[in-house]
Design a protein around this ligand. Structure first.
Ligand code: ACO
Length: 318
C-alpha cells in the first residue's frame, strides 16, 4: 500500500542574496562560502510570509496532481516554526487553499519532510485518508544571527510540497532520532518574558558546531541509505536519482561517493537555494520532476539529517 506521488510544487521568495552581497554584511567572501559549502545564492524573504510560500507550493502541487483542495483528507506541514506558534502553518494553509481536512505541523528539523511522508503513509495505509498534502516550509532567515558569519551564509527560505494518494510507491523507509546532548545544532525557544523566571535569557538564533554536524551527517546518510537499499533489495545502479538534504555540497558528495552513486545520480540544488532545512528535498524534487529529469516509474532515494538529531531515508517508485 503506502503512497504514490500525484503532484509536486515549490515556492521561494523573490530576493536572491549573493555571496558578494553577504560580504558587505559580514566578514566573508564568495571563495570561502563556495569552497566550504557549495552555496552561491539563497532566497531570503523580504515581504513574503511562510504562509504565502506554503500556499503557493501547495496550490502548485494540487494543480500538478489535478485535484482540488477540497478533496484532501489531511495536511501535514513540516516546519521548524510557522509564522505563529498557533495557529499552525498547516491550519493557516488549509484555510488559504480552501481545504476542510485535519491539519497539523510536524517538527523534525531538516528531516521533517521524510518524517511527514512516513506519517502520511501510515494514514493512507490505515485507510484514514485517500489524499494527503505534505508541504515543508522553512523561513530560516528569521532564525539566524545576521552578524554571525559561520551560520548566516549557509541558509535560505523556501517551501516544497507533494500531493499523495494511496499506492505502492514507498518501497522502504528508515527514521532515527538520537538526543543531541551536546547541542551541536540548536535554536533556543522564545525570549523569556516571564517576570518570575530566574532562567537565563537565550537569544533564539541558530548556533551549531559545524564540524560535529558534518561528521554526523555523512555517517548517518551512508548508514540510512544502505539500510533502505537493503530493505528494498536494490543496488545504487537501479536508482535514478538520490535527493539528499542540501546542507553542504561536501557532505552530499562524500556520502554519495561512499554509497557508490555517480554525480549524474546525485541531485544538487544548494548552489541556488542554500540550506532550506526540511524544504530542501521537496524543492529539488519539484525542480527535477518539472525538468523531466525524473519520471513516472523511476526509483528515487531521499535522505536527510537534522537537529535533534533526527535522520531519515526512503525509497520511492514514482
Ligand atoms: N567566511 C569566512 N570565514 C569563515 C566563515 C565565513 N562565512 N565562517 C567561518 N569562517 C572561518 C572560521 O572563523 C574559521 O577561522 P579560524 O580557522 O581562523 O578559526 C575558518 O573559517 C574555518 O572554519 P570551520 O568551521 O573550521 O570551517 P569548516 O571547513 O568546518 O566549514 C561549515 C564550516 C561550512 C559550517 C561546515 O563545517 C559544515 O558545513 N558543517 C555542517 C553544517 C551543516 O550541515 N549544518 C546543518 C545545519 S541544519 C541542518 O541542515 C540539519
Amino acid at each position: 500500500m503506502s503512497f504514490q506521488i500525484m503532484g509536486t510544487g515549490k515556492a521561494h521568495p523573490q530576493f536572491s542574496l549573493t555571496n558578494d552581497q553577504l560580504s558587505t554584511i559580514v566578514d566573508t567572501n564568495d571563495e570561502w562560502i563556495t569552497s566550504r559549502s557549495g552555496i552561491k545564492t539563497r532566497f531570503i524573504a523580504t515581504t513574503e510570509t511562510g504562509l504565502e510560500l506554503t500556499a503557493t507550493a501547495s496550490n502548485q502541487a494540487l494543480a500538478n496532481a489535478g485535484i482540488a483542495a477540497a478533496d484532501l483528507d489531511l495536511i501535514i506541514c513540516a516546519t521548524l516554526q510557522g509564522d505563529n506558534v498557533t495557529p499552525s502553518l498547516a491550519c493557516m494553509v488549509q484555510q488559504e487553499i480552501g481545504a476542510h481536512c485535519p491539519a497539523f505541523d510536524l517538527n523534525a528539523a531538516c528531516t521533517g519532510f521524510i518524517y511527514a511522508l512516513d506519517v502520511a503513509a501510515a494514514y493512507l495505509d490505515s485507510g484514514r485518508a485517500d489524499k494527503v498534502l505534505v508541504v515543508a516550509c522553512e523561513m530560516m532567515s528569521k532564525h539566524l544571527d545576521w552578524n554571525h558569519r559561520s551560520t548566516c551564509v549557509l541558509f535560505g527560505d523556501g517551501a516544497g510540497a507533494v500531493v499523495l494518494q494511496k499506492g505502492d510507491g514507498l518501497l522502504a523507509r528508515v527514521l532515527t532520532a538520537q538526543s543531541d546532548t551536546e547541542q551541536a545544532l540548536l535554536i533556543p525557544g522564545f525570549n523569556n518574558i516571564n517576570p518570575f523566571s530566574q532562567l537565563p535569557h537565550r537569544p533564539n538564533v541558530l548556533s551549531m558546531s559545524g564540524r560535529k554536524v558534518f561528521k554526523f551527517a555523512v555517517g548517518a546518510m551512508v548508514k540510512d541509505v544502505k539500510k533502505v537499499l537493503a530493505q528494498a533489495g536494490l543496488t545504487p545502479a537501479q536508482v535514478k536519482m538520490v535527493i539528499p538534504h542540501q546542507a553542504n555540497i561536501r557532505i552530499i558528495q562524500s556520502a554519495a561517493k561512499l554509497l557508490g552513486f555517480t554525480e549524474e545520480q546525485t541531485a544538487i540544488g544548494i548552489q541556488h537555494y542554500g540550506n532550506t532545512s526540511s524544504a530542501s528535498i521537496p524543492l529539488l524534487l519539484d525542480d527535477l520532476w518539472r525538468q523531466g529529469k525524473i519520471q513516472r516509474g523511476d526509483i528515487i532515494v531521499l535522505s536527510a539529517f537534522g537537529g535533534g538529531f533526527t535522520t531519515g531515508a526512503c525509497i520511492i517508485k514514482l
